[in-house]
Design a protein around this ligand. Sequence first.
Ligand code: APR
Ligand code: PHB
Length: 389
Amino acid sequence: MRTQVAIIGGGPSGLLLAQLLHTRGIESVVLERKTKDYVLSRIRAGVLERGMLQLMDEAGCSDRMRAENYSHDGTYISYGEESFRIDFVVLTGHPVMVYGQTEVTRDLYDAREKTGGPIEFNVDDVVINGADGDTPYITYTVDGQPRRIDCDFVAGCDGFHGVSRQTIPLSVRREYEKVYPFGWLGILSETPPVNHELVYSNSNRGFALCSMRNEQLSRHYIQCSLSDSPDDWTDAAFWEELKRRIPTKFADALVTGPSVEKSIAPLRSFVTEPMRWGRLFLCGDAAHIVPPTGAKGLNTAASDVQYLYNGLRQFYESGSSEGIDGYSAKALLRVWKTERFSWWFSSLLHRYPDQSEFDIRIQVAELEFLRSNEAAQRAMAENYVGLPY
Ligand code: APR
Ligand code: PHB
């Protein structure tokens, strides 16, 4: 088989890139290791920046999201019994959209199926060959049968555990990592949200977040130990702990119910440089990871996709390789700013095992400053709604 762009990974990065390329008549094949049902069973963050919304519009995949229009103009931050609101629209002119990543992925799959674009599921043994030359090709197996795709370019959209990043030789690749000494225990429940906007909470028992998917579906998180397992936490124990970590006015309004999903995610900051090697381009989690505080994972993947899509489009439409040549530097500039924000927002809200009384006072001082200083709030809001591409 031959295609223009071979896309490794059928998560949101790979699918969004495929649909954007399709709008310009650029052919691609998506190779996904798992089944569609498996990909759609993963629950991830649910706050979209305006840049991501515009890309979904451009890809023709935003009808359901726009119809639901669960737009949020601000967010709440609490510490102890104190809480304050940051108004994104007043400070930046832009809201964010609450829409689950699983739903984004579902809409992208529907669009891919409608346009008849090829996706191969259950692929194994993917190897990217000749990426440092002019004629790359991918070999892989499906049900033990060998297959091959020849292509012009390879987009490595296969997440943190994929093969694309590993294909870049160690002599070229540099990796930067920070691992956090705690995780997030998250539950999804068919209950109304505690508040009309998200509540991020710093408490002396650890971080908590009250989020949502819609008026009847809530997503809550509490900071937990990395040695915990979801089975250690009954629903009752989770709700009890959450209530102790949020101000009484929110705890009193909390409607509890059975969890429909419960999982623990570790927190990690990670960046690979460069994001391009010859004709291989890394996008999304294949190249970088952020801790979930601030919901930047999918949004940062989207900005990579936008730079790569425009670079490839320029190449196919005018023969210029300027866009693809500048891809890695341009993408990394924004990636590092988002890494900084996610790290800062995590540092502001969590309890660290080695934190001293001094460190905790500094955290409270920073929260007080954010509460009272409009310039600080604007800087936070600009990052939260999404830095420009
Ligand atoms: N071959 C083919 N597909 C692979 C391979 C492989 N060797 N390895 C991994 N994959 C697939 C995974 O099964 C997954 O479906 O690549 C996909 C990568 O998807 P994600 O991990 O979701 O990464 P990405 O598409 O970059 O999405 C960005 O935003 O909120 C964050 O971490 C969150 O998933 C998230 C992301
Ligand atoms: C979520 O709803 O899952 C969510 C929202 C905001 C975050 C992280 C996760 O910062």
